[in-house]
Ligand binder design. Sequence first.
Ligand SMILES: Nc1nc2c(c(=O)[nH]1)N[C@H]1C(S)=C(S)[C@@H](COP(=O)(O)OP(=O)(O)OC[C@H]3O[C@@H](n4cnc5c(=O)[nH]c(N)nc54)[C@H](O)[C@@H]3O)O[C@H]1N2
Ligand SMILES: Nc1nc2c(c(=O)[nH]1)N[C@H]1C(S)=C(S)[C@@H](COP(=O)(O)OP(=O)(O)OC[C@H]3O[C@@H](n4cnc5c(=O)[nH]c(N)nc54)[C@H](O)[C@@H]3O)O[C@H]1N2
Ligand code: SF4
Ligand SMILES: [Mo]
Length: 687
Amino acid sequence: MTETRHSVCALDCPDCCSVLVQVQDNRATRLKGDPSHPITKGFLCAKVTRYLDREYHPERILYPQRRVGAKGEGRFERISWDDAIGEIAERLHGTTLKHGPEAILPYSYGGTMGQLNGSSMDRRFFHRLGASRLDRTICASTGAAALQLTLGVRTGTEPEQFAKSRCIIAWGANILATNVHLWPFIVEARRNGAKFYVIDPLRTKTAALADRHLAVNPGSDAALALGMMHIIFRDGLEDRDYLEKHCSGWEELKEKAIAYAPHRVSQYTGIEVETIEELARDYATLRPAAIRMNYGIQRSERGGMSAHAVSLLPAIIGSWKEEGGGLQLTTSGAFGFNRQALERPDLQWKSPLGREARLRNMSEIGKELAMPSEHPVHALFVYNSNPVAIAPNANRVHEGFAREDLFTVVMEQFPTDTARYADVLLPATTFLEHTDLYFAYGHYYLQLARPALPAPGECKSNVEVFRLLADAMGFDDPCFQDSDDDLMRQALDSQHPALRGITLEDLEARRSIRLNLGKEGAPFLPHAVGGFGTPSRRCEFHPERLEYKPPIESRWGHEELRRDYPLELISAKVESGMNSTFGYRTDFDAECGKLRIHPQDASVRGIENGMDVVVFNKRGQLRLLAALSDSVKPGLVSVASVRWSRQAPDGKSINVLTSDALNDLGGGPSFFNCLVQVALSSHADSL
Ligand SMILES: Nc1nc2c(c(=O)[nH]1)N[C@H]1C(S)=C(S)[C@@H](COP(=O)(O)OP(=O)(O)OC[C@H]3O[C@@H](n4cnc5c(=O)[nH]c(N)nc54)[C@H](O)[C@@H]3O)O[C@H]1N2
Ligand SMILES: Nc1nc2c(c(=O)[nH]1)N[C@H]1C(S)=C(S)[C@@H](COP(=O)(O)OP(=O)(O)OC[C@H]3O[C@@H](n4cnc5c(=O)[nH]c(N)nc54)[C@H](O)[C@@H]3O)O[C@H]1N2
Ligand code: SF4
Ligand SMILES: [Mo]
């Protein structure tokens, strides 16, 4: 019998699609987008349309296992759940007795956007244990901090409104690859005459389809935004009324912007003066104008400053007032779940002086594990993430995970680079197999998913595993026995106006519900008349932070570095991947094995298309195949991220090259400022 069941795509993607699963005899035969969902609009991206290859893949981890080979070798023996839970509880208990609970570190990130399996029972467990806390900075903390600084909230223009815009700027946003459900709204706007700009160092598929592509130098966005402000103020195109009523600090910024004349900005950004003039004029006069800023711009040394500068632009021209205006980086702040109830930070261990457990920055996991420390981490618990592949400065990360004295638990669906380092490996369910409650970071629909398929083998959800572990550790607070439905009810039991009146029963019946945002049926205009969450309740301009300097790891930065490593490397996301999640797919892996290099840079190095090359810097080196392309400017090279190192011929993935230096705001990484040199493989030995 064939039937259609409902689910929600849990991948780390702003679109959070509503999914229909065709099922025959309890086996899925097809996934498709829910046609009734206003954002999904009946289609899924190419990578998730094929998700059933993952669901039924022969390499899925189906049973608990214990390491039998050397660390990192990936050899395991099957054990029972009782033995696995018993062993983990014993080791965590032993670590606590010997070194204190802060010697235990949880490590999780974006495996699932579900609230239950992403951050509920796990947080309760580690809080009660007194483990070190993890600062989850690897992706979005810099942009989030910049929005918080500027707007005091993490919300923005709803995707539907982009259809009404007359000027759209995709700023560090590869929409066709990473946010494809925004595209139909952009197409509609362009059909009505909108002009579409893309600001991205790479000529991505999105950039290739733009009316104007500005191939900015990496990390120079703050200069470009200041240049736009210069022109807007110079030509009197600002919305003075809006600035006076709702903004603070703008007069000083106006003064500061005088120094950012187009010819100077052109030198910093690599964009012609006329193009900068055209962009600023169009942005201020083709109304409404909307900016889709994405996380690409904040993954650089001064990414916080860049994100702050860009997020000021809508206030300067007053476009927050207009339907189809404003800016979107994220919509996540509107989902005002009761996090206290869900995560129970009150269970946390506190020292007699009230100190909370120490906080460790996940972007520095290599340093944390590999560098000598007075209070090292002795036990690590990884779930929803693959740090050995995705964290920067990967050689250091490998070194840390290889420590014989480190006890590592990994809960995974697949034998990832990280799973191979596990001492105990636990099998996790996929989103098609467990219950969860979903927020989105690219729209305003709250969604519920029940299991659409049975869990194979002995896979369990994260929530269930932390319940079992809490029991084994003797944690007797009743919250450790809460059911999935209890957790969802607690999350929804919130004072936040966006969730008012939304119950689990409503969600059960409707699956997807738009948050309560302003008047029903009216467009959501969060800052039409203020509405800022900053201390001053205004849009806050921080001119003291806005001083453009080129990143150290750039062709304009540190002189010695750029002499040895003259090329800038960007390792951005690609359409066929989802970070490292689809590392087993050959088409994705082949994409990650290519180095895009401009023909000029190739020819001076004797490199031809398809040749074996070595890319290196002081942190590491890896072998790739040269792909000559003018999608990168001279001086720039690019590699798709992130492959499994197991798949690479030399066992290395791109993050052996990236830096674990933190950027200027929110403790985020600086993946996209990375200097390298490239040589033919045959010459590499003499280097
Ligand atoms: N297909 C696919 N979709 C994804 C993901 C994936 O891996 N694959 N990952 C998901 C995740 S985790 C996230 S965070 C989002 C991220 O979504 P995006 O932010 O759109 O993705 P990124 O590739 O990080 O960066 C976007 C663009 O920024 C550009 N860029 C790099 N440096 C600079 C700079 O200095 N200035 C400017 N203006 N642009 C710059 C890159 O070339 C890239 O094309 O996508 C999510 N969706
Ligand atoms: N060079 C470079 N490095 C980057 C980036 C880049 O652009 N360039 N991007 C960075 C960014 S933005 C991000 S967000 C990070 C992403 O880093 P991660 O969050 O680590 O993302 P993934 O590599 O997709 O790994 C997620 C893992 O979670 C597992 N998983 C999924 N669902 C579940 C579940 O329910 N339970 C359990 N236990 N596991 C589950 C999946 O099998 C998968 O292996 O990478 C960062 N690293
Ligand atoms: S990855 Fe994004 S676009 Fe693809 S199905 Fe999932 S939510 Fe939709
Ligand atoms: Mo991310």
